[in-house]
Design a protein around this ligand. Sequence first.
Ligand code: PLP
Length: 376
Amino acid sequence: MPRPIHATVSLSAMTHNLGVVRRHLDQHARAAGVPAPSVWAVIKANAYGHGIERAVAAFQAAQGLAMLDLDEAVRCREAGWVGPILLLEGFFQPGDIEIVDRYHLTTVLHDIAQIDMLQHARPARRLDAYVKLNTGMNRLGFAPAAYAQAHARACQLHEQGVLGTIGRMTHFAHADGPPGVAAQMACFAEAAGHLPGPASLCNSAALLRYPEAACLPGDEPAWVRPGICLYGASPFEDEPASARGLLPAMTLASELIAVQHLRAGDTVGYGGSFRAPAPMRVGVVACGYADGYPRHAGTGTPVYVAGAATRLLGRVSMDMLAVDLGPAPSARVGSPVVLWGDGGPPVDEVARAAGTIGYELLCALARRVPVRLAQG
Ligand SMILES: *Cc1c(COP(=O)(O)O)cnc(C)c1O
């Protein structure tokens, strides 16, 4: 028998979450009297830990798929995806351009070095591209003062037959809290608003909280780039994913492999950071940080045992963690444990207890954890 730990991925939850995004956008586009934006479903980092091929199957209704790894883009084509694919960081070296061409990928152009590389390219067909504007994130993109010139060089490459559609793109730094998107929106409008081509601005947080940034006025096509919400986790610290009707796509589950009876004063695990105030039953779960469970989660982190909400006790070890069986008096060896997801705590609550975000836990699911598909 393998270790009892496993992750379950629900394709129907992922499809449902895309539908939540779709309806939210449609509603706001209708109210604003503009065409509904198209969706790049972001499936970078192995689809936030859920698997590229599973994401291709679940997000068939998306207009496009976005990621940054060229290998993941090729896997999408091999899985039968014929729609647009966006490389969020573009290509990295001249040799990549051949792959962009062969697999018909849309590239981001965020640095003049990429435009220089294209100068010598002779693709079999025109390459679609987004010229990225740095509106304040200061990660990727041309500074506002350099944008017009970069865009003009992209237009020259269009005239030379190298580039096809040329879009405009930026990324928000504050969509999940104050000061919001207004300053970056104004920067985009000033530096890129007058230029033609599709526009793509919004990640999950921006499209959920500022749909006006997703449903831009004008005739140019708008595209949004949701990631985390498609997997049923929240981009916001102050709003659970359930408030938007999002369903968790990944469930991490295991079982109790031992039960310990502690006396008052006994401690649990490395360092003895939890000390029993009174006699208590403690369950030992086959799940540790080598499975991707966060080591920084401490006593009190929510966990479900045999359907009952309870808490983690003491330090997480490499392969095991301990839980309070007080709320689950009938639990014994073999009882089911849900670390996060369906039938357990939201991944965002576990993340908060560990001082991080749901994104990190989903992406960090360890390779050694077998993944099953949820039924239905
Ligand atoms: C990751 C990423 C997204 C998706 O972000 P979420 O917060 O997961 O919705 C969108 N755009 C870019 C450029 C990204 O890198």
